[in-house]
Design a binder for this molecule. Structure first.
Ligand SMILES: C[S@@+](CC[C@H](N)C(=O)[O-])C[C@H]1O[C@@H](n2cnc3c(N)ncnc32)[C@H](O)[C@@H]1O
Length: 470
């Protein structure tokens, strides 16, 4: 589809005003419309060429810089700009926190329209790099070529790549040589797998034709030093598979859990797959405040372990427990928050939709000698009903940590019906959180708010809100 000529306009000497949603910055065109521009920093003054024109906004890119923002810094990563992962690496961390805080504030104000207390200072991450405990990479035999490579005119015979999807391009993989998000030996494992596969003729996946041996790679690390590596194969070739897995086991004895999957389905999600243990244990252990949590290949665990501790500490502090309370932990996942607050509560009841997560939660509670937590499986809007409350008791405090969509309206209604004294609402999407706060405004006022940064270099931000009964 050809582009309309009118879409391509150049605006000169435009000041970048704000860092907007999804990590894209915002400026204003002379006609008053908003322009969304990636890879610039508020305070830059640029010429912008637009590539999309909509009724109320343009999308464009900076083609010339007249002034650089005083908050602009040199990105540490050589893949910055091509890789969509860390869009804010070119902005000082203090500014990243400023814009994250502002996004939460704007959402709660504009969408929630509720009265707000002064925010408590956003909890920044001490580690601004190498903070992730889980990374997933994809193999492809059709590597994404950078502009520089294309312009060089050079022929590239080997286009094998092991890295990340290019934003908005499902079949394009950017080859990653060094990623600053996960601690070593993550980079070594990925790079050595690529090299071994290339020298031993192990084929990389072709996402268009659906062929090739190697499909995805997941690496999970833990503060305990344990490491999980899971290789997803597309073709079922035992000899080649074992060649690679034996190499990995020998070369990286620090891997405590080596697993694989043979997946010839159209999509590469692991959740419906039979995961096979090749060497070691089928889980790794994470530790927090003396509690141990086992994480298997399919488990959800907060991706930034250090900041998960901050998030949970703030949550527990907001809940203000004295030891006498019955607490419900809605959307409990593997029961981490439930167990974290349990020693300050009389009893904690956790509810979660994924049965494997609840099985982990129960196992972890036994491992941690916790006897005052109970866990139940089910879709929240179905399980969290009158009968459930009659059986398990009326909670004094509800902690809720829903997925990005926020809470189902039936769940909000049920909370309003039983009206516990306090609700602590943990959210990874302050827009849906704001919507839910508005629904609860008749009975609850927001008394504490504290955003938490779990993902430095990205625009993502977590937020914890305390609601108290009016
Ligand atoms: C943001 S995570 C929170 C996990 C947990 N609190 C933690 O910190 O590890 C949201 C959880 O909600 C679960 N979930 C999503 N939709 C659900 C539903 N309709 N009913 C119950 N649980 C659901 C997900 O499986 C996920 O474990």
């Amino acid at each position: 589809m050809g582009r309309k000529k009118t879409d391509k306009i150049v605006f000169e000497n435009i000041s970048v005003l704000d860092a907007g949603a999804k990590g894209v910055s915002v400026a204003k065109a002379p006609d008053g419309k908003v322009i969304f521009i990636p890879n610039v920093v508020p305070g830059d003054v640029v010429d912008i060429q637009t590539f999309k024109k909509k009724k109320s906004y343009y999308e464009g890119k900076a083609i010339k810089f007249h002034e650089f923002s005083k908050h602009r810094i040199e990105p540490v990563c050589s893949h910055f700009g091509s890789c969509g992962g860390c869009k804010w690496q070119n902005m000082e961390y203090s500014q990243q926190l400023f814009y994250k805080n502002q996004e939460v504030y704007n959402n709660l104000k504009r969408i929630g329209k509720v009265d707000l207390p002064d925010f408590e200072a956003i909890a920044g991450s001490e580690k601004q790099f190498f903070y992730r405990n889980k990374m997933e990479f994809s193999f492809s035999n059709a590597r994404w070529m950078t502009d520089a490579e294309i312009q060089s005119g050079e022929e590239f015979d080997n286009r094998n790549a092991l890295g990340f999807h290019i934003p908005k391009a499902w079949d394009k993989i950017l080859d990653i040589t060094h990623c600053s998000l996960q601690e070593d030996p993550s980079n070594d494992i990925r790079n050595e797998i690529r090299e071994f596969a290339n020298t031993h003729d192990l084929s990389f996946f072709n996402p268009r034709n659906h062929e090739g041996l190697l499909r995805t790679l997941m690496i999970r690390t833990a503060s305990t030093g344990e490491i999980m590596v899971l290789v997803q194969f597309f073709e079922d070739d035992k000899d080649k598979r074992e060649l690679l897995l034996n190499f990995l086991a020998e070369r990286f004895p620090s891997i405590t859990s080596l697993q694989y999957v043979v997946n010839s389905k159209a999509n590469d999600t692991l959740y419906d797959q039979n995961i096979i243990l090749y060497k070691g244990r089928d889980y790794i252990l994470e530790e927090m405040e003396g509690l141990k949590f086992s994480i298997n290949a399919k488990s959800f665990y907060q991706t930034n372990s250090d900041q998960a501790y901050e998030l949970y500490s703030i949550t527990r502090d907001f809940a203000g427990l004295t030891g006498n309370e019955l607490v419900y932990d809605l959307y409990t996942g593997t029961g981490t928050i439930a167990q974290f607050v349990s020693k300050k509560a009389r009893k904690v009841v956790g509810v979660e939709a994924v049965p494997e997560a609840i099985a982990d939660a129960k196992e972890n509670a036994i491992r941690n000698n916790i006897t005052n937590c109970e866990f139940f499986v089910g879709d929240m809007k179905v399980v969290f009903n009158e009968e459930f409350i009659a059986t398990h008791g009326k909670p004094d405090v509800i902690i809720t940590d829903p997925p990005r969509d926020g809470m189902h309206k039936d769940v909000v209604e049920q909370i309003l019906k039983i009206a516990p004294d306090k609700v602590v609402y943990v959210s990874c999407n302050s827009a849906t959180q704001a919507r839910d706060l508005a629904l609860m405004d008749e009975k609850y006022k927001v008394t504490r708010v504290r955003p938490v940064d779990m993902f430095p270099q990205t625009h993502h931000v977590e937020n914890v809100v305390l609601l108290e009964k009016r």
